[in-house]
Design a protein around this ligand. Structure first.
Ligand code: GLN
Length: 195
């Protein structure tokens, strides 16, 4: 299994470390030819700054290739800014990036005082995990095909729609592998349905 990790900016190295713990191979996508050089079984869009990543994706001509693999059903996991990149729209920002997932996100949603915080919360049916939020969004609204996987303080902070998984928090900044394992299981199952 091989995962392509978008490595334009932000917390991509941390994702690769967790994948290594889970013995999943990964490679960095810094430009279009990295993307084209090898097919991946899944992709990770890390946290960082959505405006910067969006600009770089456009300049590097990576929007269409990503949209294409997502629409083919290849699993993709977006954390924090990655969630914003996948969202259909952002409530408090006119930008639409990949626009692939039927969620409306609220950017920098916790205000200045709660800019960064850590809590323990339930993720899907996987039990309680540590969740680190850094100037995070939450999911304000979502369509009928979206399954909400975590809520913190009454706000949706993790969700799945078909082959797309998003978390507003950063599982890659903890030593807990649960969310990445969940993503790798999504990949394994998507292979079964394709074969
Ligand atoms: N605040 C950032 C944004 O709007 C996201 C923060 C993060 O990815 N940790 O893009």
């Amino acid at each position: 299994m091989k995962i392509g990790v978008l490595a334009l900016q932000g917390a991509f190295a941390e994702h690769r470390k967790i994948l290594e713990l889970l013995e999943a191979e990964s490679f960095e996508i810094r430009q279009k030819r990295d993307f084209e050089a090898q097919p991946a079984d899944g992709y990770i869009l890390p946290g960082g700054e959505s405006t910067v990543m969006g600009k770089l994706l456009r300049e590097l001509d990576l929007f269409e290739p990503l949209q294409s693999v997502i629409s083919q059903g290849i699993p993709v996991f977006g954390t924090c800014a990655g969630l914003l990149l996948l969202a259909k729209s952002i409530e408090n920002d006119p930008s639409v990036y990949l626009g692939a997932m039927d969620i409306v996100a609220r950017r920098n949603a916790y205000g200045r005082q709660l800019g960064s915080f850590a809590v323990d919360g339930t993720f899907a049916d996987q039990g309680i995990i540590p969740m680190v939020f850094i100037r995070a969004p939450y999911i304000q609204d979502w369509g009928g095909q979206v399954e909400i996987l975590s809520q913190v303080n009454g706000k949706a902070v993790a969700a799945r729609q078909r082959n797309m998984l998003v978390t507003a928090f950063h599982p890659e900044l903890t030593n807990c592998t649960t969310v990445h394992q969940y993503f790798l299981n999504m990949i394994k199952r998507s292979r079964c349905t394709h074969e």
